[in-house]
Design a protein around this ligand. Structure first.
Ligand code: ZN
Length: 103
């Protein structure tokens, strides 16, 4: 039996909900690639600032961090809400402990 492997992450096609496109890219890598190309990060950053200025309530951010520097960048803006992240730990080499240890 021959297995397909993702050309990007080398994950084999053994996971039931994972599919491969015509370029042998797994659906997770394909989604990550499209996410990076299709999101206007500057616009989102502007919208986020507007939201935090409109309310005194804590705003919980989720997603969008690609490196630990994105956390430090947000914290340096006097942001006092909560931070949540998942994808950075799935799609990069960074571990939660590295982000927890940021100063
Ligand atoms: Zn992949």
């Amino acid at each position: 039996m021959n297995l397909n492997y993702c050309v990007n992450c080398s994950f084999p096609e053994i996971k039931l909900d994972l599919s491969f496109n015509e370029k042998d890219l797994c659906s997770a890598c394909d989604a990550a690639e499209k996410k990076d190309k299709g999101i206007d990060w500057k616009s989102l950053k502007f919208d986020f600032k507007k939201i935090t200025q409109l309310t005194s309530k804590p705003v919980v951010t989720r997603g969008g961090a690609g490196t630990p520097s994105h956390f430090t960048e947000l914290i340096s803006t006097n942001y006092n809400g909560a931070l949540a992240a998942v994808s950075i730990y799935h799609f990069t080499q960074y571990a939660p402990q590295e982000v927890k240890n940021l100063e």
